[in-house]
Ligand binder design. Structure first.
Ligand code: ADP
Ligand code: ASP
Ligand code: MG
Length: 421
C-alpha cells in the first residue's frame, strides 16, 4: 500500500490512512506501507536548500529532502500502534534500499527484504518512507520528484506482493486530469504501455519510472483513493484503476468490461521550453554540433524540428528541453556559437505539450488528423509535433492548455456525459 502526500497531510489524515491499513491487515494480509511526505513539505525543503546555496551539493540536498518521508513514516507507525496494530518504520538506509547513479535522481538497484519479510511474517506492519534510498557509499539518496510511487513498486517486487495499491487523492486514472476537465471519466483499466506513455508526457498520477518498473517486474498496480469512508468498497474488490498487460486488456474488452477506444487518455505538460536556433548551416554534421553538448550535459531534448532550408544553405532548428535546463542549454549553445554557426537563439518557456495516448492508434489511422482539426477549429496554433506508435504530441501556447485539453477530450468522444447518453 502506498499513500501520497495529500493523503498524509496532517495527523487527522494519517489516522484515516492508518484505518485503511488496519482494515487490510485485519483481512489476514501481511502489509508493507510506503508513504510520501506531507503535501507541500518536499517543496518547502527544496526551497530551504536553494536559499542556503543556489549551487547546493546534491548529496546534502538528499539529506534535507528525504526528511519529509522520515516524519510521516514514524507518524504512521505511531498511529497504527495507537490502533492496536504492531508496526514499525524501516528507513531507506535501514533495509536498505540500495540505489545507484546521481543524488537527487537515484535509481533503485536492489532491496534487501529478508529482515522486512521476517518482521511482516510475525504480524508487524512495515512502514517505509518513500522517495529515499542509500548510495553505494552509504549515504542517503532520493529518487527524483514523485519517487515514492517507484519506492512502492520496488518494495512490492522485492517482497513478491500480490498487489501494489497506490492510494492518492483521486479514485483512479482518468481519461485526463480530472482537476482540469470535469467531464473526464475514470478508467477501469489501462495498459502498462499506455500508462507509461501518459506518465512520461505529464499525467503525474504515477511517476514514469514506477510504471516501467511495474511493467518489467510484472507488479499488479491499482490506483485508488484514500479519501473514502468506512463503508467504501474494499481494495481487494478493485474499486480503482488496474494497470494491466495488453493480454488482460484484450480479455476485459472481450468480456465487455471495457470498451475499445482509439484514444485512452490526454495529458499536458507545462514544464518544457522551446529553443529556436536561426540560420544554422544546412549541411551534414550541423545538427550533431547542436545536440552533442546538450547530451553531454545530460539535458534531455524532446521534440526536434529542422525547418525547410532557407536560401543560402541555411535552416532554423527548433527543439524543446525541460524548463529547468533552459538557462544551461542556452549557455552551452552560446559557448559553441562559432562551431555551430547559428545567428540567434530564441527561447520561449510559455509553451505546453499536449499529448493523446492510446494503443488503438497502432491499428487505426486518423488520430493525429482529428487532433489537428479540433485544435485548428478553435484557432489553437501548433508549434511542433511529435509522434510515437501510441502517442501524438503537439506544442502550443501555454495559455491555451486547458482549452486544448477540453476540446480534444470532446473531439475523441471521451466526455463522461456523452458516454452516459
Ligand atoms: P500523490 O501525492 O498521491 O502522489 P499526485 O499529486 O502525485 O498524488 O498525483 C495525483 C494527481 O494527479 C491528481 O490529483 C490529479 O490532479 C493528477 N492527474 C493528472 N492526470 C491524471 C489522470 N489522467 N488521472 C488521474 N489523476 C491525474
Ligand atoms: N515527497 C516526494 C515529492 O514530493 C516524493 C513523493 O511524494 O512521491 O516529490
Ligand atoms: Mg505523486
Amino acid at each position: 500500500m502506498k499513500f501520497g502526500g495529500t493523503s498524509m497531510a496532517g495527523t487527522e489524515r494519517i489516522r484515516r490512512v492508518a484505518n485503511i491499513v488496519r482494515r487490510q491487515a485485519a483481512n489476514g494480509d501481511q502489509v508493507a506501507v510506503v508513504v510520501s511526505a506531507m503535501a507541500g513539505e518536499t517543496d518547502r525543503l527544496v526551497n530551504f536548500c536553494r536559499e542556503a546555496n543556489a549551487l547546493y551539493d546534491p548529496a546534502e540536498y538528499d539529506v534535507v529532502v528525504a526528511s519529509g518521508e522520515q516524519v510521516t513514516s514514524g507518524l504512521l507507525a505511531i498511529t497504527l500502534q495507537g490502533l492496536g496494530c504492531k508496526a514499525r518504520s524501516w528507513l531507506g538506509w535501514q533495509m536498505p534500499i540500495r540505489t545507484v547513479e546521481a543524488h537527487a535522481k537515484a535509481r533503485i538497484e536492489g532491496i534487501d527484504a529478508d529482515e522486512l519479510l521476517a518482521s511482516m511474517g510475525e504480524g508487524e506492519i512495515a512502514v517505509i518512507p518513500g522517495f529515499q534510498g542509500m548510495s553505494e557509499d552509504g549515504r542517503v539518496t532520493t529518487l527524483g520528484r514523485g519517487g515514492s510511487d517507484t519506492s512502492a513498486v520496488a518494495v512490492a517486487a522485492a517482497i513478491g506482493a500480490d498487489r501494489c495499491d497506490i492510494y492518492t487523492d483521486v479514485d483512479g486514472v482518468y481519461t485526463t486530469d480530472p482537476r482540469i476537465v470535469a467531464k473526464a471519466h475514470k478508467l477501469k483499466a489501462v495498459t502498462y504501455e499506455e500508462m507509461l506513455e501518459l506518465a512520461s508526457v505529464g499525467a503525474k498520477v504515477l511517476q514514469t519510472r514506477s510504471v516501467s518498473l511495474a511493467m518489467k517486474e510484472g507488479v499488479r498496480v491499482q490506483v485508488l483513493s484514500s479519501f473514502v469512508g468506512e463503508d467504501a468498497t474494499p481494495a481487494d474488490d478493485l474499486p480503482g484503476t488496474m494497470i494491466v498487460s495488453e493480454e488482460e486488456m484484450d480479455q476485459l474488452v472481450e468480456n465487455g468490461d471495457m470498451e475499445r477506444q482509439l484514444v485512452t487518455g490526454i495529458a499536458h505538460d507545462k514544464n518544457e521550453a522551446k529553443l529556436i536556433l536561426t540560420r544554422v548551416p544546412d549541411k551534414p554534421g550541423a545538427v550533431a554540433h547542436i545536440f552533442e553538448p546538450l547530451a553531454a550535459a545530460s539535458i534531455n531534448v524532446d521534440m526536434i524540428i529542422q525547418n525547410v532550408g532557407r536560401d543560402k544553405g541555411e535552416t532554423d532548428v527548433t527543439f524543446t528541453v525541460p524548463q529547468a535546463d533552459l538557462p544551461r542549454a542556452q549557455a552551452l549553445l552560446e559557448d559553441r556559437r562559432g562551431e555551430i554557426g547559428f545567428n540567434r537563439i530564441i527561447s520561449d518557456s510559455k509553451i505546453a505539450k499536449i499529448s493523446v495516448v492510446g494503443v488503438g492508434m497502432k491499428s487505426h489511422a486518423g488520430v493525429a488528423a482529428t487532433m489537428f482539426k479540433a485544435l485548428a477549429d478553435r484557432g489553437i496554433n501548433i508549434q511542433a509535433i511529435s509522434t510515437s506508435e501510441i502517442k501524438v504530441s503537439v506544442i502550443i501556447d501555454e495559455d491555451e492548455t486547458e482549452l486544448a485539453v477540453r476540446v480534444l477530450h470532446t473531439a475523441y468522444g471521451m466526455d463522461a456525459t456523452e458516454e452516459a447518453a
